[in-house]
Ligand binder design. Structure first.
Ligand code: AR6
Length: 194
């Protein structure tokens, strides 16, 4: 089966709720704190102080040592990321990425979100993480429209994976079925454009 066709073939029923888009990228609906990957990405704030959403879930699951380590790191500018241990998580590392707050789209949000994905992937590479999972950064409390954010997330992950052998696997983890469907459509449209 050649190029385009092979890439767009979804492997269904691969593991509960997981779809494999290609050898390196998977889409899953669920709670990122339960994933058995080398690193999970957190949608953090610049103070790295914990919060609601996926940040709250990760801190609860990792335990208080995670916040203690975050406190040693200082602030993280929007568009960058910092790495800590995973403590009680199955994941060995947590990559705290700070996405932009959505202010209508004319305040550099797209570039800042792309940068948060790239920084996170570079950190995963630096610690030789074989697998890394991302939530839909900025699309909750920070209000980034899911369709626009997903285009950036998918574009950055696809181009990083094409250019680097590590991480071997990137998991895109959506919390809702609606978000998962947006990711699926976006992956398919990017595939169709290659
Ligand atoms: N697993 C996977 N995804 C999740 C989970 C989970 N357990 N919980 C929520 N999501 P958000 P942001 C999804 O608000 O928009 C925090 O207070 C959620 O459905 O967590 O970047 C921080 O401290 C959404 O799709 O992050 C910051 O202050 C996505 O994760 C601020 O929120 C991101 O939503 C960051 O806002």
């Amino acid at each position: 089966m050649g190029g385009r066709h092979a890439l767009s073939r979804w492997v269904a029923g691969y593991a509960r709720g997981v779809e494999r888009w290609n050898e390196r990228i998977e889409l899953v609906r669920g709670d990122i704190t339960t994933l058995e990957v080398d690193a999970i990405v957190n949608a953090a704030n610049p103070a790295l102080s914990g919060g609601g959403g996926v940040d709250g879930a990760i801190h609860r699951a990792a335990g208080p040592e995670l916040l203690a380590e975050c406190r040693t790191l200082g602030r993280c500018p929007t568009g960058e990321a910092r790495i800590t241990r995973g403590y009680r998580l199955a994941a060995k590392h947590v990559i705290h990425a700070v996405g932009p707050v959505w202010r209508g789209g004319a305040s550099g949000e797209a570039e800042l979100l792309a940068s948060a994905y790239r920084h996170s992937l570079r950190l995963a590479c630096e610690v030789s993480a074989r697998s890394v999972a991302f939530p839909a950064i900025s699309t909750g409390v920070y209000g980034y429209p899911i369709e626009l954010a997903t285009q950036i997330a998918v574009r950055e992950v696809v181009s990083f994976v094409r250019a680097h052998p590590v991480p071997e696997k990137v998991v895109l983890c959506c919390f809702s079925e609606r978000d998962r469907a947006v990711y699926e459509r976006t992956l398919q449209s990017i595939d169709a454009g290659t």
